[in-house]
Design a protein around this ligand. Structure first.
Ligand code: SF4
Length: 323
């Protein structure tokens, strides 16, 4: 469901230079929100991002006026300056509280909220005001709802399409493997069906607790079985302790269930409470991995430090002629 993460717009974002000639990253200490002192690694030079600018205000005002949530903000996405300045955002529906304790994600956890029945129209209105031609909708995981929020997701896709005529990409939760719920979202006929794998199966317990690797593969297979012409997409984070062999095994598994589009990006610790970064993967390794994945038969692979599931999603889908 949720976006590949994440990095806060704090002082590390300005991109302090790596302290060694080899490009390694020094540790620094920082005060965690709970008052403890925790080590945090400085960002390498290739992870510099611009600071927020006034150009973002058009997008942020619409989001605020329409009382919408975005994964851009909730997951502290490092691309927010770029995307919002270009009047693009990824809407997060079903509230801003998640029922899963994923170690990588900064979205609030705890008591969930009532579904807001007018949210589909508000998302549609925001997409219209932003002039989006490709709308990405994601959600918090709602294990507390019998259908995981699938019916609401369905309504959001239809409302956006009706109001804007835009292509719609969904980035869903796993709906706990509820096949009827997954089918309901497929019935909305999104232009791209995205569900993130996030990491390699060995790390699921630590990174994506309460999720099941096979369940993710099963979901993607079900979508492809039910709608063979609907492009399926998935995403992975690097830097959590995985090996490249494990990543390539996951990529092979995704190809085996028909996934055509793959995103691979660097995990960045959004808050001190989230998992630390094990390794900053250099851009050349992302390039190498992208080539390897293309050889596995993906139609589109986007692999780079700042790649996220919805980063330039419209352009990616446009290559497949889905825009
Ligand atoms: S990459 Fe996606 S989540 Fe991040 S700012 Fe852009 S649209 Fe938002």
């Amino acid at each position: 469901m949720l976006e590949l993460p994440i990095l806060s717009f704090d002082d590390t974002l300005s991109g302090a230079p790596a302290s060694s000639a080899s490009g390694g990253c020094a540790s620094e200490v920082m005060l965690a929100l709970d008052g403890s002192v925790a080590p945090r690694r400085r960002l390498p030079p290739w992870l510099k991002r611009p600071m927020p600018t006034a150009e973002m205000s058009f997008t942020s005002q619409i989001i605020e006026d329409l009382r919408l949530e975005t994964v851009c903000e909730s997951a502290k996405c490092p691309n927010r300056t770029e995307c919002w300045s270009q009047r693009t955002a990824t809407f997060m529906i079903l509230g801003n509280v998640c029922t899963r304790p994923c170690g990588f994600c900064s979205v609030q956890k705890g008591k969930t909220e009532e579904i807001e029945l007018d949210e589909p129209e508000r998302v549609a209105e925001a997409a219209k005001r932003l002039g989006l031609e490709h709308v990405v909708i994601t959600c918090v995981t709602r294990d507390d709802l019998p259908d995981g929020g699938a019916e609401h997701f369905y309504r959001c896709v239809l409302a956006v399409r009706e109001a804007t005529g835009a292509a719609v990409e969904v980035l869903t939760s796993d709906f706990k493997g509820n096949r009827a719920a997954i089918s309901r979202v497929v019935q909305a006929r999104p232009d791209v069906f995205n569900h993130n794998t996030e990491t390699v199966p060995r790390l699921y317990e630590r990174v994506r607790r309460n999720a099941v690797y096979q369940r993710t593969l099963d979901l993607l297979k079900q979508v492809k079985d039910e709608a063979p012409d609907m492009p399926t997409k998935s995403g992975l984070m690097l830097g959590l302790g995985e090996t490249m062999d494990e990543v390539l095994d996951v990529a092979s598994d995704l190809r085996a269930v028909g996934v055509e589009m793959l995103t691979v990006g660097q995990y960045l610790q959004p808050t001190p409470q989230n998992l630390p970064v094990e390794r900053f993967v250099p851009p050349e390794e992302f390039d190498w991995l992208g080539d390897q994945c293309r050889r596995l038969g993906f139609k589109l692979v986007s692999s780079g430090p700042f790649v996220r599931s919805s980063y330039h999603a419209g352009e990616m889908a446009g290559v497949l002629g889905r825009k």
